[in-house]
Design a protein. Structure first.
Lengths: 115, 111
């Protein structure tokens, strides 16, 4: 059963702690993405990766870090430097390629609450 | 930077009424995608439009891409309660598959 998994669904952390959100896909997609969604707002791109061992900053990368050591995995670390980390985090994947767009498949998301 | 504006932010309709959401980009888009997010769920791809003036239909849903490739719309005919959710447009920016999402239109359908 192909798809994207994110865990956990809900995550609670104390302010000042780093936290890593997992994202795994078995769709054999080269490209993976992390988005942040706040109430009443659209999806804002944090980081994206077109290929293993390579990734680029999105529009709101400050306070976040990622790694892409395996094709299937694209973990996101929310660091203590992120001023407003409480949000719904969505991971997505797609076929990679220039000159065209491909639909993005989204995971179920992780709702992070930092107090 | 590139922006994609989407209106309205919210729309409440009676079941059976029509619904339309509009997207406008500050720059010409290579293509535009539409996604639907059910309450508590994640975005699910609906369709992609590529050609200037393109119109595509999926049952009661009609998608249009403007002649200048700067705007798009999604029209739902005779809404049903299953149409409830937030509809997002997303325009492609740059040479890679990086999308700029609109803020979404949340649709509520009253039976």
């Amino acid at each position: 059963d192909g798809g994207i998994t994110q865990s956990p669904k809900y995550l609670f952390r104390k302010e000042g702690q780093n936290v890593t959100l997992s994202c795994e896909q078995n769709l054999n997609h080269d490209a993976m993405y992390w988005y942040r969604q706040d109430p009443g707002q659209g999806l804002r791109l944090i980081y994206y990766s077109q290929i293993v061992n390579d990734f680029q900053k999105g529009d709101i990368a400050e306070g976040y870090s990622v790694s892409r050591e395996k094709k299937e995995s694209f973990p996101l670390t929310v660091t203590s430097a992120q001023k407003n980390p409480t949000a719904f985090y969505l991971c997505a994947s797609s076929i990679a390629g220039r000159g065209s767009s491909y639909e993005q498949y989204f995971g179920p998301g992780t709702r992070l609450t930092v107090t | 930077g590139q922006q994609v504006m989407q209106i309205p932010q919210y729309q409440h309709v009676q079941e059976g009424e029509d619904f339309t959401t509009y997207c406008n980009s500050s720059t010409t888009l290579s293509n535009i995608q539409w996604y639907k997010q059910r309450p508590g769920g994640h975005p699910v791809f609906l369709i992609q439009l590529v050609k200037s003036g393109e119109v595509k239909k999926q049952k009661r849903l009609t998608f249009q891409f403007g002649e200048a490739k700067k705007n798009s719309s999604l029209h739902i005919t005779a809404t049903q309660t299953t149409d409830v959710g937030t509809y997002f447009c997303a325009g492609r920016a740059g040479g890679y598959n990086k999308l700029i999402f609109g803020a979404g239109t949340r649709l509520a359908v009253h039976p």
